[in-house]
Design a protein around this ligand. Sequence first.
Ligand code: HEM
Ligand code: HEM
Length: 345
Amino acid sequence: MNSNIYLHRFALFTTVCTFLLIIAGGLVTSTQSGLAVPDWPQTYGHFMFAFPLDQMVGGIFYEHTHRMIASFVGLLTVILAVWLWKRDDRRWMHVLGFIAFGSVVTQGILGGLTVLFLLPTAISVSHATLAQTFFAIVASIALFTSPWWKLQQPTLNHEGKRISLFHLSIITTVVVYVQLILGALMRHTQSGLVVPDFPLAYGQLFPSLSPEALSQYNNQLINADILLAADGPITTNQIVIHMLHRIWAIVVAIMIVWTSVRLFKVSSKRISRFSYIFLGLLIIQIALGALTVLSVKAIIATTAHVVIGALLLITCVVTSLHAIKLYGVRFAQKTVSFSVREVTV
Ligand code: HEM
Ligand code: HEM
């Protein structure tokens, strides 16, 4: 198999740039700059790359910078897809390169449409979710092109547990992905501050949703300057979305701790070190979630919460892929390693 180190480095570079793009995108939403540039694909009537730098002020700075970085990542993805097509001898990698290309194009279109349609929830949530998915795809390409992935054979035995580490990490990935969607839903339905206290919710485990309680919450939010009368009253749907994200965080925490304990016991250092990364990211993420609420959505805390969410997702994906590689995947009686070349029965 052709071990092209430059292709791997390029995939890593694309992953790092995508990470920066997610920070920039998070800042657009956190600073409420989504409509600072009202047209697309142009920027205030200019060809986007010819937009005068001295006019990049206020929200325009965040939105236009986000578009510029997105264009750069788009270019990198095209190069990556073509490079994989030409130089990688695994056909499934050609497909993955094509999927990355399709995702970045769709993502760009969703970004443009959310501007043109004035940030509708469905499009903004799809844009936020596809961003994280795209990040996971390019991170996977970086792993698949690494010399380690190409040379490593399955070396670990299944521990005889009911649920294999591979299945456990896949379930954790799905659980975290659901949480990212709930988070995006919360962010783009303006539900982030409808419950202003933490860890309790209006002093209760689950806030009452009666009409009387709702009007009391509205008064409380207006008195605390969290809500303006002009914003309109909060709804039970917003409270339910907010609480679902908090409750699902408990499921996320359980799954991550479980996966970390299992990882910790694995003899291969290469995979066991993910247990520390998981636990570290989980603690930071819960703290940032609480801080997002208690700081009334301070820009840095809120954006960091989005970004650490993305890091948690790719940690899940990369851990699952390591489990596939090191254990092989069990299908009925067969153990199939994740390479077209070797099939061990
Ligand atoms: C590879 C391409 C792109 C990626 C990975 C990406 C990523 C992101 C991310 C992570 C967010 C934050 C979502 C959130 O915090 O909930 C965001 C927001 C946003 N992005 Fe992009 N983006 C891309 C391309 C674009 C393009 C081409 C546009 C064109 C206008 C755009 C416009 C926006 C807007 C307007 C928001 C704010 C949405 C809102 O506040 O509702 N994005 N993007
Ligand atoms: C540990 C698991 C958690 C994960 C993986 C997670 C992930 C996320 C993500 C990715 C977003 C933004 C999604 C996007 O727009 O792209 C988000 C939003 C949010 N999360 Fe979490 N979260 C977690 C726990 C929590 C906790 C414990 C709280 C505490 C209340 C919390 C509070 C929030 C709030 C308030 C928002 C919306 C921010 C806004 O309106 O701008 N999160 N979460």
